[in-house]
Design a binder for this molecule. Sequence first.
Ligand code: FES
Length: 162
Amino acid sequence: MAIGGLACAGAIAVPAASFIAAPAAGSAGAAGGRERWVRVGRLADLPPGEPRRLKVIGEERDAFTVAKDQMLGAIWVIREGEKIRAMSATCPHLGCGIELNDDKKSFNCPCHASRFGLSGAPETGPSPRAMDPLATRVVDGWLEVDFRRYRDGVAELQEIAG
Ligand code: FES
């Protein structure tokens, strides 16, 4: 079963561990704004050094309603030893989905051919910045990301609400 399909499952197979220190849930995050921790998959299902695309499924809120189990977006995750690197799969240029190249050594956006290294750094194309980084933590063997969305087409990270 794909990791993304496990986003809402309940089995726990790996002891709790924290890879990246993060403030308590609900407080202002390192990136500013409100944290939004979303469980995306089991740590044990992440092969070292191999990028994996995961769905982000969680609550979508507006001023009046809360909708559960909504598709919020997608991320690329790479396990590098004891660290987990997570980046939005949404292109910072104009918002298309970023794909992994066949050689698995870089990412590509099919819309206007922006190319990124595995670190998320831009290599070629019109993207004004690197792939958007997301904080991660591991809780009871589950990988969680502080999921945020950022404005397209600008060089600086500008978070957009929701
Ligand atoms: S939307 Fe990705 S390069 Fe334009």
